[in-house]
Design a protein around this ligand. Structure first.
Ligand SMILES: [Zn+2]
Length: 408
């Protein structure tokens, strides 16, 4: 509601002023719910009324504005948006709730990007069933799902990126039949080859030297590498699919994925204290992190995996949870759960040891084409399963990969 001052002038030139009220409506469409890969977010709004007065020949004029004000967004566990908050702050979005709103909104627009993964230094491919598909073995982005450090979006990088200059020969990894050889959007110039039981893919090529339908021999030159499509630099993106599902191509070249989770490396405690502290986690104490580190060391397990599991099982035990004091004693939910039975009678230290031993036990006999974390909850695992459901694997994997970057 707004008061205005109207000026009237009669035929004698006499001026009078009259106060009048106008109502302005500015309908806006509010985002009530957003869906990201990880979660649904519900936005709630309160209305906020502000009143301003300004002087006029009619006396003080009052303007009353009622607008919707964002109240709450459900937080997400993996958020690390400080860099973006700084940018938003510099552009005038100073209120935290406005920043949250914008960040969430952006999530729905961000698309997949090749080449976001970790690099793997010193990998030396040893062929066997497959021929290494190019000349050069600098892995600029590994296979796997990972959480984007800023947006929190989980993405699967379905292959490996091999950093090679444009024009490097690309070879068929195995004898087979070319089933696709053409430009394909983000993949750029792409080739797909169907082999016995598996399929291989080669993306971002510069020159394609085969045609769809053609039979190729293992090791035959099929293309020159390039930088076409949604590529951030010259590289070959190489994929292996088994029954349509992407698997880590490096396991065909002597790479043992189990060594990642079954290799102890010390926790970077100061970095973790800060990282977990930001998540308001009960685990953010030197004492607890040391216990986790010790348990992992004794069993030969990566302690970052133990922490990742607490993330998937208990969101790192936020202090705001009213049972936080109990959950922190068994955030791995070993022996069932922290809530009841033997699982409710553990200390954090004992629970960490049991979780580490469980990982060692379940890791046995992992097939080379199953990821080590997926194997922990694979229904085919003869040793049992840590948890059921694909979300557990997805969450543990993505948190673990994020934590691994902290630890590097
Ligand atoms: Zn790639």
């Amino acid at each position: 509601m707004k008061e205005v001052c109207l000026r009237n002038e009669d035929e004698d030139g006499e001026v009078t002023y009259e106060k009048s009220t106008v109502t302005e409506r500015q309908p806006v469409l509010l985002l009530k719910k957003a869906e990201t890969i990880q979660n649904d977010y519900v936005y709630t709004y309160d209305s906020e009324t502000t009143t301003e007065t300004s002087p006029s020949p009619c006396g003080d004029l009052t303007t009353t504005v009622t607008q919707d004000k964002l109240q709450r967004i459900e937080p997400m566990y993996s958020e690390d948006w400080e860099p973006l908050r700084e940018i938003l702050n510099a552009h005038g979005a100073k209120r935290v709730e406005d920043q949250d709103f914008l960040l969430e909104y952006w999530l729905s627009y961000l698309s997949d990007g090749d080449g976001e993964g970790d690099s793997l230094i010193g990998f030396n491919p040893v062929g066997g069933e497959l021929v290494w598909p190019t000349e050069g073995s600098k892995i600029t982005s590994t296979f796997g799902s990972r959480v984007h450090p800023i947006t929190g979006i989980i993405k699967l990088h379905a292959g490996v990126d091999i950093g090679v200059p444009i024009g490097t020969p690309v070879y068929a990894a195995k004898s087979g039949k070319v089933i696709f050889a053409d430009y394909m959007g983000n993949a750029g110039n792409a080739i797909m080859i169907q082999h016995d039981g598996i399929e291989t893919r080669y993306y971002h090529l510069d020159k394609i030297k085969v045609e769809s339908g053609q039979e190729v021999e293992a090791g035959e030159e099929i293309a020159e590498s390039g930088n076409t499509g949604g590529s951030t630099g010259p590289h070959l993106h190489f994929e292996v699919r088994v029954n349509g599902e992407p698997v880590n191509p490096l396991v065909y070249f002597g790479y043992d994925e189990s060594s990642d989770i079954l290799t102890y490396r010390p926790l970077d405690i100061p970095v973790l204290l800060e990282w977990l502290g930001k998540r308001n986690s009960m685990l953010a104490t030197k004492e607890i992190l040391t216990m986790i580190d010790d348990a992992a060391k004794a069993q030969g397990v990566d302690p970052y995996l133990l922490i990742a599991i607490t993330g998937a099982e208990q969101s790192f035990v936020p202090k705001s949870n009213k049972y936080a004091d109990k959950i922190v004693k068994n955030p791995w939910n070993v022996f069932g759960s922290w809530q009841e039975g033997r699982g409710a009678e553990l200390t954090t230290k004992d629970a960490a040891i049991i979780a580490a031993k469980t990982i060692v036990k379940l890791s046995k006999g992992k097939p080379s084409t199953v990821s080590p974390i997926a194997w922990l909850s694979d229904p085919e695992n003869p040793n049992g399963v840590y948890a059921t459901g694909t979300n557990w694997v997805k969450n543990v994997t993505s948190i673990y990969e994020q934590l691994s970057q902290l630890g590097d």
